[in-house]
Ligand binder design. Structure first.
Ligand SMILES: [Zn+2]
Length: 160
């Protein structure tokens, strides 16, 4: 995807995650969106720096880079949420575009799914929006998963 697509994805993801973690739609929701918005957008822009430094879709498009960015949150207690932007950049490149990325660089093989569109496609924006919705839905399912499990447990307990 191009920069426009990655920024759109990051913006939609920030808004979606704000509502996933604070569904009330009031101050805590908007505070969460504001807190995540800039770091996720910055993270989403970061991998394509390898168009100028290194090999595009390889040097900064791999899991070791994601691990390093994530490690900043643990070891330095900074760059929170930036890793989410990097991760969603990878997802959009792997799922949404024809060409894959070198996930295990310096091993140079590029991995991609046999779906997606070319970066210049007219449908690139639609694909970006759909992937963003799927990402938010996936996080929401994980975050709220315990609810159906509790319901099931209660139901089973009621039957016994
Ligand atoms: Zn990229």
């Amino acid at each position: 995807m191009n920069k426009e697509g990655h920024v759109l994805n990051a913006v939609l993801l920030s808004i979606g995650l704000g509502y996933v973690f604070h569904p009330s739609g009031d101050v805590p929701t908007f505070r969460a969106i504001a807190e995540m918005f800039v770091p996720i957008v910055l993270g989403a822009l970061f991998p394509d720096v390898d168009t100028a430094f290194g090999k595009h879709r390889k040097t900064l498009h791999n899991l070791p880079v994601l691990a390093i960015v994530y490690a900043y949150t643990v070891y330095f207690n900074n760059l929170h949420f930036v890793w989410i932007g990097v991760a969603t950049h990878y997802v959009l490149d792997v799922v949404g575009s024809k060409r894959g990325i070198a996930l295990f660089y310096p091993y140079t093989k590029e991995y991609g799914l046999p779906v997606g569109v070319t970066v210049s496609s007219e449908r690139a924006t639609l694909v970006t929006v759909l992937i963003s919705i799927a990402e938010v839905a996936l996080v929401a399912a994980v975050v709220h998963y315990q609810l159906p499990v509790q319901d099931l447990t209660t139901t089973v307990a009621g039957l016994v």
